[in-house]
Design a binder for this molecule. Structure first.
Ligand code: GUN
Ligand code: FE
Length: 422
């Protein structure tokens, strides 16, 4: 495939690459090269010419709760633990009904497609069948990523509390089934968070992680009451991070932990050493009043970080808005901590494309050998009065763009159309 347009990507935190009027050549899923002049061997082949449009890498949302999608924007006047009890758990209980689940999943995947989230790591619910259907539909949609059946066997309402051995058996069944039947969607171990999982369950999940060499996702140090609760539940383990580590749930370079706002220096040492990816979710952190992650300081201290939506703690799946939200929150943090330089929006863009894409391998750059994932952004007629550079157009899309500005999506080298008719 040969694609012509204006390409922008962020291979590093503080580096943007721009190639105007360039030709990108792909073979199968991957990029072969990006050229200022089309090499003669490709002359005469069909070109998808996007004219003045800019092309950016697709977004990778590394922390999102698919079942909470219908709750976006609802109930944010309380904090995390009350919000979970009041709004989240009652909704998640409904996914025992497979028909309801299928209807939500289709809407969820259509929305991710619309806003340009081409890869993701999602929590489903405890329900094995519903999680399986989400995996199947994701594959059908032409999107890619990881899905986890949630594990919960303590501190949950009866309708969401599993029997420990059954939770492990259901998890192993999904691991094996997804390996046998799916190509582009994988299973990720998903203990909800420490307060929801007994030691026996965490230990069993850690063993499954070893046996099948699986990635892991969970929540870490999001809210002060939650951190206190973990301390009470595990008085013999010094920190929240060490609870996961004790049970083998910080798998090297294969672990995503959402939030990580209240971390001690010792915890950061462990997270850095294990290559844990911290998913910073700015809207969730402000919506349920969790706190402000010291993102710049964490990055300077060598932690791996990305930007994610955390729907429905976050109120929108649109990652461009979470990117702008990360920059905004970082500025508020800077006002009260002037020594912590704020993030630029283009740095947050790196965190939502390349830093997140690295979890999947060579994803998130327009460079040879990378998977070709892209969004085609067309100029808004409203903004046609002034000449704008490609970078200015990117900035404006990050702050005020929406799915109407995305003319096409490519994932893994193929154009992806709207997945489901509803
Ligand atoms: N901690 C445990 N469960 C959840 C959840 O569903 N959302 C968020 N934001 N935090 C959690
Ligand atoms: Fe979450």
């Amino acid at each position: 495939m040969i694609i012509k347009g204006n390409f922008i990507w962020a291979p590093e935190l503080d580096r943007l690459e721009v190639r105007e009027h360039a030709w990108l050549v792909t073979e199968g899923e991957r990029i072969v090269g990006l050229y200022g002049q089309l090499p003669p061997e490709y002359a005469g082949q069909p070109v998808e010419d996007w004219g003045e449009a800019i092309l950016i890498p697709g977004f990778n949302d590394m922390h999102i709760h698919a079942p909470q999608f219908p709750n976006r924007g609802i109930g944010y006047d309380v904090r995390l633990l009350e919000w979970l009890e009041t709004y989240t758990f009652p909704l998640e209980s409904r996914y025992r009904d497979l028909d309801f689940a299928r209807r939500v999943w289709k809407r969820f995947l259509n929305r991710l497609w619309a806003v340009g989230t081409l890869r993701f790591s999602a929590f489903a619910t405890i329900h094995k069948q519903a999680a399986w259907v989400l995996m199947e539909l994701t594959e059908q949609a032409g999107l890619r990523g990881l899905v986890g059946k949630v594990n919960m066997d303590r501190n949950a309402p009866d309708s969401l509390r599993e029997e420990t051995e059954q939770s492990l058996a259901d998890t192993e069944e999904l691991i094996c089934r997804s390996r046998a039947e799916l190509k582009h969607v994988g299973f990720i171990l998903t203990p909800r968070f420490v307060p929801s999982t007994t030691e026996r369950l965490m230990d069993g999940l850690g063993q499954l992680g070893e046996k099948y060499d699986l990635p892991v996702q969970s929540h870490l140090s999001e809210n002060p009451s939650e951190v206190d609760w973990v301390r009470q539940l595990h008085p013999d383990i010094p920190t929240y991070t060490q609870v996961y580590d004790t049970y083998g749930l910080l798998r090297r370079d294969k672990t995503i932990m959402a939030h990580g706002i209240y971390l001690s220096p010792g915890e950061k040492d462990i997270l850095r050493e294990k290559g844990v990816l911290l998913a910073h979710c700015p809207f969730s952190n402000s919506n349920v009043s969790s706190g402000i992650m010291p993102l710049r300081r964490d990055l300077e201290e060598g932690l791996r970080c990305c930007v994610a939506s955390d729907v429905a703690g976050g109120h929108t799946a649109a990652m461009n808005r979470s990117v702008a939200g990360a920059a905004a929150l970082s500025k508020l943090n800077w006002l009260s901590h002037p020594e912590q330089r704020h993030l630029k929006v283009t740095e947050a863009f790196h965190l939502a494309t390349r830093a997140s894409g690295a979890f999947f391998g060579k994803v998130g750059c327009f460079e040879p050998g990378f998977d070709f994932d892209a969004l085609v952004l067309t100029p808004d007629p409203m903004d046609s009065l002034l000449e704008r550079t490609p970078v200015e157009r990117l900035e404006q899309f990050l702050y005020d763009g929406d799915d109407r500005h995305i003319a096409a999506r490519y994932c893994g080298g193929a154009r992806v159309e709207r997945p489901f008719a509803l």
